[in-house]
Design a protein. Structure first.
Length: 345
């Protein structure tokens, strides 16, 4: 049995009295001042040294405090108290890690599980409002192309393909005067095609392949799922103190650069082939467009491929025979190519 001494404050009187200390089994025994107390070591805490070299020894849940110099404690008592402090630190760390694990689990569910479940429940009016707002924001930077004949040809093709794809609502197509090679969907079943994509395509069947791919995303609600996933990530980051949920402007910027999962992209590619084939149109244009981009951008891929699965894998998956009718007549394709020209040209 190791022994020592210290000044004990019972929490009721200002005066302190000397007590003798002893470790007996799993308890720290304090004797003096006309009485004795036994403190369970697992509830005893030793603070860091105070400026004068002393430290407080306290009992969790008790007002009593013991003031003593740690160096004056017998080694057995000091080791016992420090051991309990390490155990308590370990319990705190374990509790913290458990909390982080729970938060991580919630974040995973919030980001990866909830969006797919919630997407079908989001009112279309809300989706349409968000899609219109983002499109308006984008059109402020890159004006809408207004070539009537070219736009009409694209919309007729989209109407034909969306019926084959099983999409019951109209899918408005907007062309923006933007040189980037890209196309994407917005919430509210809206498709945006950038001028750079039309300028790069060698024929109308390649544009039709990309349009059919985007309609696959519409049919599967992929962009809405990704928007909900992005919102879930923002909420999780906010809950963890790493950011904020953002504004409509921020969300709009994110929607134009969101990359769907590889599974979603592969599904949209497969859907494009099926939709074109069911519509009686050539489905080989998508693969030819991918090969064209791969050849022209061997080191830096354009937007339509940069955030998608490996191009070589996609090419292999969408390479099909050139069977079916062309998506546009010669006159329609000429009009589509000129859709962004000024009326005065």
């Amino acid at each position: 049995m190791a022994e020592g001494a210290g000044r004990y404050f019972d929490g009721k009187r200002a005066a302190a009295h000397l007590v003798a200390l002893a470790v007996e089994g799993d308890s720290l025994r304090l004797t003096g001042g006309g009485g004795a107390e036994a403190w369970k070591l697992r509830r005893v805490r030793l603070t860091d040294r105070l400026p004068d070299g002393t430290a407080w020894v306290t009992l969790r849940g008790s007002e009593g405090r013991l003031l003593i110099r740690p160096d004056d404690l017998p080694p057995d008592i000091l080791r016992a108290l420090r051991k309990e402090r390490r155990r308590e630190a370990g319990r705190v760390w374990l509790l913290g890690l458990s909390g982080l694990a729970c938060l991580g689990g919630v974040a995973v569910v919030l980001v990866f599980v909830v969006p797919r479940l919630v997407a079908p429940l989001v009112p279309f009016a809300a989706q349409d409002w968000l899609g219109r707002a983002v499109e308006t924001q984008m059109a402020a930077l890159h004006h809408r192309c207004t070539g009537a004949d070219g736009h009409a040809a694209l919309q007729r093709l989209a109407d034909r393909l969306r019926v084959t794809a099983g999409i019951t609502r109209p899918v408005p197509v907007t062309v923006l005067d933007d040189a980037r090679i890209n196309a994407f969907t917005l919430p509210g079943d809206r498709v945006i095609v950038l001028r750079g994509l039309i300028d790069t395509a060698e024929d109308g069947d390649e544009v039709a392949g990309v349009l059919a791919h985007e309609l696959g995303h519409v049919a599967h609600r992929d962009v809405l799922v990704m928007a909900l996933r992005q919102a879930g990530m923002a909420l999780a980051a906010t809950a963890l103190g790493f950011g904020d949920a953002g504004t409509l402007t921020t969300i709009g910027e994110q929607l134009t650069t969101l990359s769907c999962s590889r599974a979603a992209e592969a599904s949209a590619d497969a859907s494009a082939l099926h939709t074109l084939d069911e519509a009686g149109l050539r489905a080989d244009g998508l693969g030819r467009f991918f090969r064209l981009l791969q050849a022209r951008h061997s080191f830096e891929l354009p937007g339509f491929l940069a955030t998608h699965p490996p191009t070589a894998d996609r090419i292999a998956a969408v390479t099909v025979p050139a069977i079916g009718a062309h998506a546009f007549t010669d006159a329609e394709w000429t009009a589509v190519r000129a859709v962004c020209q000024d009326d005065s040209d």
